[in-house]
Design a protein around this ligand. Structure first.
Ligand code: FES
Length: 129
């Protein structure tokens, strides 16, 4: 008897390491594109394989710029470009950046529930090819 492959489950378990940065209007007006660009620069400098994805909206617009470290189940708000190094450290397995960590918030818990259900934020990417 052969085991059937569950592609959805296997896709959910993929080892993608991605930081999703909201670049929708509210977050962009608060500087999220500069945050995204600084994250990409730091990751380039370190030779990391972590990707930075343009995301459309986490529904936490009033507290942006917001970002999600998908593989760490971490959600950050009011992020500034100067936070990029510390966020990359967390994305690489270090500790959370406590001053801007909103991973215990209601919206973060909803996002994590969606991730646990198999939702892939990259499916709603602005930078998807
Ligand atoms: S605009 Fe960034 S969370 Fe909505």
């Amino acid at each position: 008897m052969t085991r059937e492959t569950n592609l959805v489950f296997e896709d959910f378990r993929a080892d993608d390491r991605i930081i999703h940065v909201c670049v929708n209007v509210d977050c962009a007006m608060r500087g999220s594109e500069a945050v995204r660009d600084r994250l990409r620069a730091v990751l380039d400098e370190t030779g990391s394989d972590i990707e930075v994805n343009d995301y459309i909206c986490f529904a936490a617009c009033e507290q942006g710029p917001n970002l999600l470290i998908e593989h760490q189940r971490a959600f950050y708000s009011e992020v500034r470009p100067q936070d990029a190094e510390a966020i990359v450290e967390h994305a690489e397995g270090g500790g959370a950046v406590e001053a801007i960590d909103r991973s215990d918030s209601f919206i973060a818990r909803k996002i994590f529930n969606m991730l646990d259900a198999g939702f892939k934020p990259g499916d709603l990417s602005l930078s998807a090819e």
